[in-house]
Design a protein around this ligand. Structure first.
Ligand code: C2O
Ligand code: CU
Length: 430
């Protein structure tokens, strides 16, 4: 059972000082409704989720990360196509940042869009405890909207006394859908009323460790304008929206309700209200207009004729026979966890066509670091340009990627419980 609460948590802190200090530390967060106990968690700068980091396209984020939790950590800037050394993966792009230590991150934001940051050390536990926040890169010419709102969708497994349930490495969870919460919420930032007739931009981010959220929106009429931070050349209808962990969707829409915008999680029993934005008053001056496409980010044209063709098969989990060579619950191509040699070494600029084959009984959300890739659609058409692709149980989905960012990059399932139990590999771009 999931219950509903009215708390909204995230403060908004603009990136003001240089470098900006981002401090991981224990916090108490009011996840449950006011009146219920606060939940001991981890957060950044005193809150979970952490502060909103915002800059304009082309600007540099200078962030001094200080680790004040009682184990090692590091911060990954999910979806940003940045220098490998800044990617925040302990053991691959940097040393783990020990308790009391710090690390300077500095990277230029090449793409405008909706991104997020999160711990990449023991992420299945640290992200579940709250070590994440939104990272927004504004367009040089932002779209004309009355409100720009971040909507983080999360779930938590909370005990009766308001604490997070232990068992972050529960093998049964890992072999199934991962750690699913018993309480879910859409956290809207900033949470202030909008008016009937306002045009709003909603930046939805699935920050849950493992749960896939189908989402229905009520009280608006508009279009999806971006997935995973990258603009859609043709904005599409807001229907059948499903976000796997780490996936984002930007929506631009007009408010059509005089009561509220509602974020609804359609479940098998009853629709579950994840959150709402109150509507007060009316905008009488805005003229009706089409929802425009966002200005495009840079995309290298893939060289399909000379593409290297690869296949990545997801294996393992409950209710299927493990590959003979796998050593943990999950595997890619018979291999669990990271090996000395990468899944593939690419020449810089090389195009690859990768078949993501899901030979398991569960859906997976496959994330590639440092790059975006095209999802291949019907008739070989190149679809959305994403950093995380959801592949349903038994399905195959092809992606096409131009590997143009040098370095060592993780490729893993973003159901963090699956990642913990072997579903990860890496690629190298030389
Ligand atoms: Cu959102 Cu490997 O990361
Ligand atoms: Cu998975």
């Amino acid at each position: 059972m999931i219950t509903t609460c009215a708390a909204a948590l995230a403060p908004r802190i603009a990136l003001a000082s240089v470098p900006f200090e981002l401090i991981a530390q224990p916090v108490n967060a009011q996840i449950l409704p006011a009146g219920d106990p606060a939940t001991p968690m981890l957060g950044f700068n005193g809150s979970a989720p952490g502060p909103v980091l915002r800059a304009r396209q082309g600007d540099t984020f200078d962030i001094r990360f200080l680790n004040q939790i009682d184990e090692g950590s590091a911060v990954h800037w999910h979806g940003l196509r940045i220098d490998n050394a800044m990617d925040g993966v302990p053991g691959m792009t940097q040393e783990v940042v020990e308790t009391g230590a710090e690390f300077e991150y500095s990277f230029r934001a090449p793409d405008a869009g909706t991104f997020w940051y999160h711990s990449h050390n023991r992420s299945w536990e640290q992200v579940a405890k709250g070590l994440y926040g939104p990272l927004i890169v504004e367009e040089l010419t932002p779209p004309d909207v009355d409100h720009d709102l971040i909507v983080m969708i999360d779930d938590w497994r909370i005990t009766e006394n308001g604490a997070l349930a232990e068992g972050f490495e529960n093998r049964h969870d890992q072999a199934h859908q991962g750690r699913l919460g018993n309480f879910a919420r859409a956290l809207v930032e900033p949470n202030s009323p909008v008016r009937l007739g306002d045009r709003v931009r909603l930046r939805l981010i699935n920050v849950a460790t493992d749960r896939i959220f189908p989402i229905e929106l009520e009280g608006i009429d508009g279009k999806i304008v971006a997935f995973d931070g990258m603009p859609l050349p043709n904005p599409q209808a807001v229907s059948n929206l499903i976000l796997a962990p780490a996936q984002r969707a930007d929506i631009i829409a007009d408010v059509t309700s005089d009561d509220q915008i509602a974020f609804v999680f359609p479940t098998r029993d009853d629709p579950y209200l994840l959150g709402e934005i109150p509507v007060e008053g009316a905008n009488t001056t805005r003229q009706p207009s089409e929802i425009p496409a966002l200005p495009p980010n840079e995309q290298k044209q893939p060289d399909l004729d000379n593409a290297v063709v690869l296949s990545l098969t997801m294996q393992g989990g409950a209710m299927s026979r493990p590959a003979s060579t796998q050593t943990d619950i999950w595997a890619f191509n018979g291999q669990s966890g990271l090996t000395d040699t990468p899944f593939h070494r690419f020449e810089r600029g090389q195009t690859a066509r990768i078949r993501l084959v899901n030979d398991t009984r569960f859906p997976h959300g496959i994330h590639l670091h440092g790059h975006h890739f095209f999802e291949v659609g019907a008739n070989n058409s190149l679809g959305a340009f994403r950093d995380t692709a959801m592949v349903n149980a038994g399905d195959t989905r092809e992606i096409v990627c131009v590997f143009d960012n040098p370095g060592k990059w993780l490729l893993h399932c973003h159901m963090l419980g699956h990642q913990a139990a072997g579903m990860k590999t890496w690629v190298e771009v030389a």
